[in-house]
Design a protein around this ligand. Structure first.
Ligand SMILES: [Mg+2]
Length: 168
């Protein structure tokens, strides 16, 4: 049974088309897609370990998750600005992996959920964890251009993640 969720933010939980930026190019506001905020809280309630694995600026993600009072609910907060690499670089996944409590730190326990085949799915596949493609956004890639871009699972909405997890 999967216990650990690595999750992307842009076009996975929030709609990038609705981002509002300040003069320093930090995101100050954005809309959560469908009921993705409720899904996050539900996953927490169900006991999943949830680690953000996202490319962008630390302050942007703090603003985004503060907005829904989820910032202190994450078990880990892995942001490319702090790591110094972007997904699919293994440093992003390795950093998240090291934040998992000892008891659950096993690649068989982990799924990565993200919208971007070239970053999220490729990175997860090469790191040896289960990849879940959140495919609702029209942005970025929709063809499996390389063999390692092919996700283990595909979902079309945040709510579908809850259903999928019951089967994993
Ligand atoms: Mg994304």
């Amino acid at each position: 049974m999967k216990k650990v969720i690595f999750i992307d933010c842009g076009d996975t939980l929030v709609d990038e088309a609705t981002q509002v930026f300040d003069k320093n190019e930090n995101v100050t506001d954005v809309k959560f897609y469908e009921n993705s905020d409720k899904v996050l809280f539900k996953l927490k309630e169900l006991g999943y370990i949830i680690i953000l694995v996202a490319d962008g600026k630390d302050e942007s993600f703090r603003n985004i998750f503060k907005k829904i009072n989820f910032l202190d609910k994450f078990d880990g907060f892995v942001v490319s600005e702090n790591v110094g690499e972007l997904k699919p670089h293994p440093a992003m996944f390795e950093t998240a992996y090291n934040l998992i409590p000892d008891k659950y730190r096993n690649k068989d326990n982990i799924i990565m959920v993200g919208n971007n085949l070239r970053r999220d799915i490729k990175g997860a596949n090469n790191f040896g964890i289960t990849s879940v493609w959140m495919n609702w956004s029209p942005r970025y890639f929709h063809e499996f251009e390389e063999p390692d871009w092919k996700p283990d699972y595909e979902i079309k909405s945040p709510a579908e993640l809850l259903e999928l997890l019951k089967k994993l």
